[in-house]
Design a protein around this ligand. Structure first.
Ligand SMILES: CC(C)(COP(=O)(O)OP(=O)(O)OC[C@H]1O[C@@H](n2cnc3c(N)ncnc32)[C@H](O)[C@@H]1OP(=O)(O)O)[C@@H](O)C(=O)NCCC(=O)NCCS
Length: 162
């Protein structure tokens, strides 16, 4: 697959909205309200210090990620990122490429580590994928996510140095 990853501005959130909306509507991987509106999604996913990147194949946006400081002030040397791939494009290594790209981008931006705050335990594809990319589970918050089908579900905090 000929995949190009490029940065977009927060005003271009509309480019990733179709994937964002579909992923969030499923209620099985991200904490955002499944019926979140465009503007709330844009401002929550892309707060002022966040950067957004899209993966394009043959002119179609097939995935995206955001990168931001995980915390303000004395915690802003640790990055946080979130990834989404269009359901029709999964299992082809796109998230893998996005993850590698985000780690390189975080390193270049001066971050020293990356932390995921809420990897849903039942999201086994994601947990395995992040582990493959060097992340370890450093904590588990019991029943912190109300999964659309499974009900209260544990979330993992995952971390790696970059
Ligand atoms: C998690 C997610 C980003 C993975 O995207 P992806 O592009 O399919 O991931 P990749 O193809 O890079 O890797 C998936 C791996 O799981 C494997 N896999 C197993 N079952 C799979 C399935 N049902 N679908 C996709 N991949 C599957 C793939 O073979 C691949 O393994 P490999 O790297 O050893 O070949 C994507 O499923 C998604 O957007 N999910 C909804 C949002 C989400 O969960 N984001 C992460 C939150 S922490």
């Amino acid at each position: 697959m000929n995949l190009a990853i490029r940065e977009i501005g927060s005003a271009e959130f509309g480019l990733i909205w179709p994937i964002f909306r579909e992923v969030v509507a499923a209620g099985d991987t991200y904490i955002y309200s499944p019926d979140i509106a465009f503007e709330e999604a844009r401002s929550t996913w892309l707060p002022p210090r966040a950067r957004a990147f899209v993966a394009e194949a043959d002119g179609n946006i097939v995935g995206h990620y955001m990168l931001k400081p995980n915390a303000p002030g004395l915690g802003d040397h640790v990055a946080n990122a979130g990834y989404m791939v269009a359901p029709s494009a999964r299992g082809q290594g796109i998230a893998s490429r996005l993850c590698e790209h985000s780690i390189e981008t975080a390193r270049a931006a001066g971050f020293s580590a990356m932390q995921f705050n809420a990897v849903v335990r039942s999201n086994e594809v994601a947990v395995r994928l992040w582990q493959k990319h060097g992340f370890t589970i450093v904590g588990m918050v019991p029943k912190a996510f109300r999964h659309a089908r499974l009900g209260p579900t544990d979330i993992y905090i995952m971390h790696r140095f970059v």
